[in-house]
Design a binder for this molecule. Sequence first.
Ligand SMILES: Nc1ncnc2c1ncn2[C@@H]1O[C@H](COP(=O)(O)OP(=O)(O)OP(=O)(O)O)[C@@H](O)[C@H]1O
Ligand SMILES: [Zn+2]
Length: 457
Amino acid sequence: MKITNTLTGKKEELIPLNPGEVRIYVCGPTVYNFVHLGNSRPAITFDTFRRYLEYSGYKVILTQNFTDIDDKIIIKANEENVDSLEIAERYIVQYWKDSMALGIRPANFHPRTTHYVDEIIEFIEDLIEKGHAYVSEGDVYFDVSSFDSYGKLSGRKLEDLIAGARIQPGERKKSPEDFALWKAAKENEPYWESPWGKGRPGWHIECSVMSTCILGESFDIHAGGSDLIFPHHENERAQSEARYGKPFAKYWMHNGMMRFAGSKMSKSLGNFITIKEAVKKYGKDAIRYFIFSKHYRSPIDYSEDLLQEAKTAVTRGNQILNDFEQSLGDKQPFARKSSWISEKIAEFKAYLDDDFNTPKALALIFEMINEVANASDELRKLEAFHLVRNEFGPVLGIFELPESNHFDIDGLVKILIDLRSQFRKEKNYEKSDEIRGRLMELGIKLMDTPDGTKWSF
Ligand SMILES: Nc1ncnc2c1ncn2[C@@H]1O[C@H](COP(=O)(O)OP(=O)(O)OP(=O)(O)O)[C@@H](O)[C@H]1O
Ligand SMILES: [Zn+2]
């Protein structure tokens, strides 16, 4: 398999450090608000990339962090007058709901920054000892000039960085391009005790610490959105290689940005659509289709029209697959491994082996769905059905099973509740009780409350 490595700017053969095993770290969300559709791009892309590696026979260890301490979380906590961890916890819970709704499998590890403060302090102490960092009035900064290949990942030159940067008020660094490893606590900020006084970790250090603690000093792939290449990933690489004196991540993979009216969709700009809203409107498969329809490295423009088209396409696909499944009756769908099946699997793999080309893989899935709908030969239909349901669908996480999770059960029950109310108004208690009774048989209980009828399973 070949992937584009941001570090070299080339498409390279993926050769894991340990044969047969791929260790991946992905930068996860800063949890101070709902995650948006843009944030779902790395989560969907790299979960699916992991599924594909597993499909190809690799063992994968995937780690994705939660940044649960950060300026933005602290500001939100102070606004609401609650602890910053309460804010983080709230949006982590929401993250799980959203990622389930999008069919994203949890990573193997989901570390949180505040669980790694001891390790962060140890890491920084080591950097100071090795001459890569210095203390300045309770802050600690990384000395960028001490790391020779600084700028290699993002393709920037240190001289240009020095010329372009300014020391901001409140920063106590020697040189403008140096960055904070540890920040002394200001008033009303959460803090931890450290050898440099009360304070908290800077942003970049957390990912160096959590990735190396969990995956080792060198691992295979570091991933995230392209917005993180500079300064976040450049700084992570500098810190980690400065401490351990060996290559940090062998490959760097970056997804392009999802844009909203031309700008990056972002929590801080407020130009976003939440995942909850998007799932409700379009359903999981349509969102995944929309994301996979562009190569992961290209930017993608949020477009209601394209999402609507995606919804129409997957609804049609699901209809064809469901109709075919029903036409099979009790017969178990079984397709012998024919040469045609092997050929199509080879084609699917060739696309994804070429820098994870999901648009081509997706087109192949639709070609198979057309076979299910139109092939004259029953065996061919069965083979195509098998490929979608059992081979390709589970890899891309679409058309896996008859999709029910975007089916709006709440909406359906509300229709029945309204009908029942109508019958009650007309004093037709026989019909209204029948609706309640039949829902009860399905395990759905209706409760009449002063605020109207509620339901639960
Ligand atoms: N618009 C986007 N398109 C694709 N990926 C994105 C987008 N915005 C963020 N990401 C990625 O989502 C992950 C979580 O990022 P983060 O929580 O910093 O999101 P954010 O919306 O950019 O927040 P903020 O506005 O506070 O910077 C990162 O891997 C980041 O690169
Ligand atoms: Zn990170």
